[in-house]
Structure formats: structure tokens, C-alpha cells
Design a protein around this ligand. Structure first.
Ligand SMILES: [Zn+2]
Ligand SMILES: [Zn+2]
Length: 143
């Protein structure tokens, strides 16, 4: 199923076709600062995204292994992408908030659960991973 997505002002527009109708939230401090809250993202392979309007896309290298794309006009968070070599390189973690229509996408996983502020919590069953669990599963060996 193809979904339309854009930033708030519309300068960036794209379409995605994720394999799974699932979203992951990340509670880490970087995602919270970047999005203003928990970052809800949908995994999209490079061949499952078509960018129709890209002039306003700006990229911030937020760490030595990943970058974050945003709209240089309105500031909307667009996607997180792993740049380091390895199994996750190039995969887009597209902001659920960019989808024009986001119904039918289930929250299944919460990352950095040990960094979640105590003032909110998502309901429903999710797989929760601490920073240590995320790092051991996703980190690349030191280069
Ligand atoms: Zn924009
Ligand atoms: Zn995060």
C-alpha cells in the first residue's frame, strides 16, 4: 500500500510503500529534541520510497553513524537514516507524522524505554528495549 507523505509546508513531498504496517517509537533524548516528543517511525527500504519534491530537504549528521532529514523551510522532521556500513545502512526510518494518512499502522516496538520521561506512556502491548538492548542489537562494530 502506497502512502503519501510530506512536511508541514509541503515543500517536501514523497511516497512510501513500507513492507510492514508497523511503527516504532524512540524515546532517546536525541529523538525527543529532534521531534519535540517520542519519534514514531516506519521502516522503509530505499526502493520503497519515491521523493517527488526534494529541493527543501536538509540533512543533519546527528552522529557518526546516522543522519536526520528535515525540511529547511518549515523544520518538519522527515526521516532518520543509518549511514554506517552494515545491515541497517541506507534504510529510512520515516516519521509517521509525515504521512498524510496514518491509520492502520500499529505501534509494535519502543526503543530506549529506559530514557522515556515518566509523564507519558503508550498503551497496548509493545516490545520494549532499553538503550543497552538497542545498542547490542543495532550498533556496528567499532571501525
Ligand atoms: Zn516544509
Ligand atoms: Zn532515538
Amino acid at each position: 500500500m502506497e502512502r503519501q507523505a510530506s512536511c508541514l509546508c509541503g515543500a517536501v513531498a514523497f511516497r512510501v510503500q513500507p513492507s510492514a504496517q508497523e511503527t516504532t517509537s524512540c524515546h532517546c533524548s536525541m529523538c525527543r529534541k529532534w521531534t519535540g516528543g517520542a519519534f514514531l517511525s516506519v521502516q522503509v527500504q530505499p526502493d520503497q520510497i519515491a521523493i517527488d519534491s526534494e529541493e527543501a530537504i536538509a540533512i543533519f549528521a546527528s552522529s557518526p553513524w546516522a543522519e536526520r532529514a528535515f525540511c529547511s523551510t518549515c523544520g518538519s522532521s522527515l526521516w532518520y537514516r543509518v549511514t554506517a556500513p552494515g545491515g541497517h545502512q541506507g534504510i529510512f526510518y520515516v516519521a509517521l507524522g509525515s504521512f498524510n494518512e496514518a491509520d492502520g499502522i500499529k505501534l509494535t516496538r519502543e526503543l530506549f524505554i529506559d530514557h522515556k520521561p515518566d509523564g507519558y506512556a503508550f498503551s497496548g502491548e509493545t516490545t520494549k528495549m532499553t538503550e543497552a538492548e538497542v545498542m547490542s542489537q543495532f550498533s556496528e562494530p567499532p571501525q
